[in-house]
Design a protein around this ligand. Sequence first.
Ligand code: KG4
Ligand code: ZN
Length: 341
Amino acid sequence: MIVLGIETSCDETAVALVGDDRRVPATMLRSQWAQHQHFGGVVPELAARAHLDILPGMVKAVLQQAGISAADIAAVAVTAGPGLIGGLLVGATYGQMLALGWDKPLLALNHLEGHALTPRFCDAVEFPYLLLLVSGGHSQFLWIKGVGDYELLGETLDDAVGEAFDKVAKILGLPQPGGPAIEQAALIGNATRFALPQPLAGRANCDLSLSGLKTAVRQMVGALGPLDAAIVADMAASFQSTVARLLATKLKQAIRQTQCNYVAVAGGVAANNFIRQELQKICTAQGCALLLPPLSLCGDNAVMMAWAGIERLRLGARGDTEFSVRPRWPLHETVLREKIA
Ligand code: KG4
Ligand code: ZN
């Protein structure tokens, strides 16, 4: 069984063909970042137009690359939310059109489910497992009990971790997306130079808070006068290590709470090497396995959407004939209708 996945929820246009044997006959991803860069962030309307411009050509290209025709495809899986409404409409409508034309089921899926099931694609891990989902829009601890069975254990009360990286990068005059830029700058920085607060670290729950940390960075940088290379590197390193310690502390709490054997990390921030190492230390000390996706599957991609589609089809999903795109769509509100019926 091969599923065509389409992902257009933010500024990445992605298309992939994935098999239920976990092979990827073809995958393609185009980032629009260059188009948004001089605006200092993703411009929703530009993003939607860019998806529309390149999506049809990308679908054609992956089919050609894999030597696969519509007849070989079991279903089309699209991201229906959460994300930017214009991009979601472009991807979901285009996928719906393909599915109708090819007479195949359309699966209108939650983007976060794609991230959440990635560890099963990469490592074939069994349910349940603990998931730390850390991206530009979400920072959550989730207990993944099955497909469409997700329990929220705790989440950020304000900024997402990726968002905090992006905002701190802006304060430091580093390029966007801020995560990779901060990680790079931090390589030569002194992580002990600036003592930053760790909001909510002392609370015995899995909630996070990042906005006070970002404000502290802004105030400290403001008080230091003009930025120089040493301040940028030292603040990047101090911020990154504070976030890593905060996530590690909360991960320890979540492991205790769930008594889990497996911890998976997903989302763009999961690409951060320093954070990966800190989380690994906690998992080793707590005696559980840490599952980290390859870098290409940490950020947004279409392989994860096609895979989520495969997981649902295996459990009897028949496709979504009626659906709406949802800019806001929490993962724990996402169910598998066929399992409940
Ligand atoms: O999952 P993702 O690609 O898109 C969303 O669904 O949000 O995550 C993007 C976020 C951005 O905020 C980006 O700065 C952050 O992930 N990110 C990183 C790294 N690479 C990407 N944050 C920290 N370190 C990184 N290496
Ligand atoms: Zn994402």
